[in-house]
Ligand binder design. Structure first.
Ligand code: ADP
Length: 300
């Protein structure tokens, strides 16, 4: 069920927690790339976590809500409980309000359980997350601040070409010379040979780097800030290896439940090319060398 939308933070607090509940304190939480984040201390002693952005970016939070709700619906791995969303015109913000996750101590057992849970999420039935076709999502969403197109497609390679690499390459053309533009086209043409169809489609987190899971007070992993869609599970695993790896326990546990398809390590860089090109488009030329060397390597 979609979240109720409120016209102010105060109205959301009252609607979710009771008419007499007030905000006692608002503490800034650091660490976000795109949004502002804070922990509200309520008069009822509850803490809630609120992400906010400008009013024109309210759609970020509708997309995040749908992604977190889809992951939660698999019943396989923790996500923060969602309370409400809305647009607060006095503060000039849109917001998403959710459970505050108090950080606990991660251990090797936490990472092992995380591996099992992610494998279960990747094995869950996906039919309710795409309206037609096999791959995609019920709506477009965002990867960082970039639009992420999720138009359903029947094949994974077709989806990855048209909805992932092609739009990022197009946006990156301002950084590419003519040779690189041609190499990017050749790579897109070769994707049917370079990628494989999965044994079954998987709901994936879509932006699974180490900043997008928390370990809670029980030592369990909690997924946050997804760019969720139905795709190939190995795209999620590839992202965990882009900016440093998760612990070996995590990968061992994952593979116990869901073995990788043969040749994954040859495909990893192609999946991550999507994220690197997105970083190039969002953050600039510091990522150009990684992008162009990967394109050259696979363009043939
Ligand atoms: P952004 O969308 O801007 O990247 P994030 O969702 O990654 O923001 O979160 C911003 C900060 O808040 C990060 O430090 C993250 O660890 C923390 N955070 C995110 N969700 C929660 C939550 N439900 N409870 C506690 N901390 C959270």
């Amino acid at each position: 069920m979609a979240l109720v939308s409120y016209g102010s933070l105060e109205a959301a607090i009252k609607g979710c927690f009771g008419e007499d509940v007030r905000i006692e304190d608002n503490r800034y939480v650091s660490g976000g790339d795109i949004n502002d984040a804070s922990c509200l201390l309520l008069s009822s002693n509850r803490k809630v976590f609120v992400k906010s952005n400008s009013i024109k970016n309210a759609d970020f939070f509708d997309a995040e809500e749908k992604g977190l709700a889809a992951i939660a619906a698999t019943g396989t791995i923790k996500t923060p409980k969602l309370f409400s969303k809305g647009v607060d015109r006095v503060r000039g913000i849109s917001f998403l309000m959710m459970e505050m996750i108090d950080a606990g101590r991660g251990s090797e057992d936490s990472m092992r359980a995380f591996g099992h849970e992610l494998a279960a999420m990747h094995s869950a039935d996906t039919s309710r997350f795409v309206n037609f076709g096999k791959f995609g999502f019920v709506r477009d969403n965002y990867i960082g601040a970039s639009k992420q197109i999720n138009t359903p497609k029947d094949t994974w390679t077709g989806f990855f070409r048209q909805c992932r690499l092609e739009p990022q390459f197009k946006a990156a053309e301002r950084y590419f010379d003519k040779d690189m533009i041609r190499a990017a086209v050749r790579l897109l043409d070769r994707l049917d040979d370079l990628l494989v169809e999965p044994d079954h489609p998987s709901l994936i987190h879509g932006d699974l780097w180490s900043g997008n899971y928390l370990i809670d007070a029980q030592g369990s992993a909690v997924l946050i800030d997804p760019a969720a869609y139905v795709g190939h599970a190995e795209a999620d695993i590839a992202m965990t290896e882009l900016f440093g790896r998760f612990s070996d326990r995590f990968y061992d546990a994952y593979r116990e439940k869901k073995p990788m398809q043969e040749g994954y390590s040859d495909r990893r860089q192609i999946y991550n090319l999507y994220h690197l090109t997105n970083h190039l488009n969002l953050f600039g030329a510091g990522y150009l060398h990684s992008v162009t060397s990967t394109i050259r390597r696979y363009a043939g």
